[in-house]
Design a protein around this ligand. Structure first.
Ligand SMILES: Cc1cc2nc3c(=O)[nH]c(=O)nc-3n(C[C@H](O)[C@H](O)[C@H](O)COP(=O)(O)OP(=O)(O)OC[C@H]3O[C@@H](n4cnc5c(N)ncnc54)[C@H](O)[C@@H]3O)c2cc1C
Length: 480
């Protein structure tokens, strides 16, 4: 098999998977009013691969075989830049919502390649063969992948084996001749409802006593005992005029329960090697934060564009404070874009794979996340209070109200009431709706929270050499 069509992708999701929405089992995710939206959004990936204008970016030809560029093992900075461009283009098509059904999964596959090489050097060569075969299986079947890394974690001050009950981190509860049985729950698992495969990774560094928790593997989403409890956040039906983004685009997250799930031997990529759990968790985020920043770029462009358009609509573009605020949005977008491009250009090659510069990736992700709410504030400031108080889309049409809405809510020349309101609906959907709230939380936490990025930055920055410089200028030979 090679590339799949959007229809083949959708058909593959009708497999009896155990998905629950507000306490009810969902018989067919593609037909569900909320999850179906997420399926359509994800199908964008397959549609883009068929579109002539994206074909070259989205599809790779290698030894006569065509496959999705997401699966391309990055060998150099050009591969990373192409990957970043593809992720940004898909997110742009998705109206600033990432598609994610191959982005996150391939981040995990790349990290598992690095991990398997490390394990092979430590005398465990079997994982390398397994991950190689699994990668080929996903690539040649053009599969959609979700990644469950984040455990529910219970008391954050305690490690996996110190918790009040033993299942706050996913663990191995039995070993059989042909595989293992796992129990526990992962949380926030994006796109699991509409992926074919679920890749499971450890979420943190572990100690020797946490051996049962040091586990990585992959499963088909319809595996017996795997239960996906979908979040209903932002699921109310929406008017497409008032919610031009979120009425059409959706991503689902799940509480992902492993109710004594069997994992066949050939799909296990780590089993008990506690000292290798931390490096695998970190390798995943080295790739995943690069993906994250790549998919934020259309959002930052939209914030700058929406701020500018709101200023035009309100006739305030010439005011000094407005120019200052728009400049801040431009600095924000340009800084993050420049950092992530440079992270690709200054990649390192490890085990034959190009890895984006970890320091620059984390600084880019931190800059993005730390400044997001301030950027939203600027756009809301420029747009005005109608974001929260505007009449509805029907009021623009109704005989009883249209006359007044159209008479009173116009703006600067060229912006009649309808044009101005449509712009404000877009900004409200982006920043002041449940989708706006979802974005704010996503942008703080997804791909690791602010502190995780700061921690990585602290680890990666060369303080030693900077301090030597300071000592030298102070007239001291070296650290006193
Ligand atoms: C929309 C969305 C999509 C996501 N998609 C995925 C996905 O597809 N797959 C996946 O695996 N994960 C996913 N995540 C999870 C994401 O990586 C986590 O939200 C993030 O790592 C933070 O973890 P948490 O939510 O458990 O918060 P917590 O870790 O509980 O963080 C809450 C606060 O506690 C602090 N804290 C936590 N532990 C400690 C400690 N030991 N000491 C001191 N302070 C501490 C944190 O710094 C933070 O300030 C997603 C998250 C979101 C919001």
């Amino acid at each position: 098999m090679g590339l799949r069509s959007a229809e083949q992708y959708k058909q593959s999701l009708r497999d009896g998977r155990a998905v629950f929405f507000r306490g009810e089992r969902v018989p067919d995710v593609t037909a569900h009013p909320v999850i179906g939206l997420a399926v359509e959004h994800a199908a964008l990936d397959y549609r883009m691969a068929e579109e002539p204008r994206y074909r070259e970016l989205a599809v790779v030809s290698e030894a006569g075989q065509l496959y999705s560029r997401y699966y391309r093992l990055p060998r150099n900075s050009v591969d990373l830049l192409d990957r970043s461009r593809l992720i940004a283009s898909a997110t742009r098509e998705g109206a600033v919502l990432v598609v994610l059904i191959k982005e996150i999964g391939t981040d995990a596959l790349f990290a598992l390649h690095l991990s398997a090489a490390r394990l092979a050097r430590a005398g465990k060569p079997e994982y390398q063969e397994r991950i190689g075969a699994y990668y080929q299986f996903c690539r040649s079947n053009d599969l959609a992948l979700a990644v469950a890394q984040t455990d529910v974690k219970g008391n954050r001050a305690l490690g996996p084996s110190q918790q009040e009950h033993p299942d706050y981190y996913l663990r191995i509860v039995a070993e059989r001749s042909d595989g293992i049985v796992v129990r526990g729950a992962k949380v926030h698992t994006s796109v699991a409802t509409n992926a074919n495969e679920l890749i499971v990774l450890p979420t943190r560094a572990m100690r020797a006593e946490d051996g049962a928790y040091a586990v990585a593997f992959a499963l088909p989403v319809d595996s017996p005992g795997l239960k996906l409890i979908a979040s209903p956040f932002g699921c109310a039906p929406k008017d497409p005029v008032e919610h031009p983004i979120s009425a059409r685009h959706k991503m689902m997250e799940t509480l992902t329960v492993f109710d004594d799930v069997f994992v066949p031997r050939e799909r296990i990529f780590m089993q008990g090697e506690a000292e290798f759990a931390g490096p695998l968790a970190l390798d995943f985020v080295r790739y995943h934060r690069f993906t994250a920043v790549s998919y934020k770029l259309p959002l930052l462009e939209l914030l700058a564009g929406a701020g500018y358009a709101a200023a035009e609509a309100n006739g305030i573009l010439r005011a000094a404070h407005v120019r200052d605020k728009l400049t801040q949005l431009a600095v924000y977008h340009t800084t993050v874009r420049g950092l992530i491009e440079r992270a690709a250009e200054s990649c390192t090659v490890e085990e034959g794979l190009a890895v984006p510069n970890t320091l620059l990736t984390n600084v880019a992700k931190y800059q993005f996340a730390h400044n997001y709410h301030a950027a939203v504030q600027i756009v809301q400031d420029l747009a005005g209070g109608l974001l929260a108080t505007a009449p509805g889309a029907e009021d623009l049409q109704s005989e009883a109200t249209a006359e007044y809405v159209r008479k009173y809510l116009g703006g600067a020349p060229g912006f009649d009431a309808e044009k101005r309101l449509r712009l404000l609906y877009l900004i409200a959907d982006l920043t002041a709706s449940d989708f706006g709230g979802y974005q704010e939380v996503l942008n703080v936490h997804a791909e690791g929270g602010l502190e995780a990025e700061k921690l990585q930055t602290y680890r990666e920055y060369d303080y030693r050499s900077a301090a030597e410089y300071a000592y030298r200028l102070a007239g001291l030979a070296a650290k006193p």
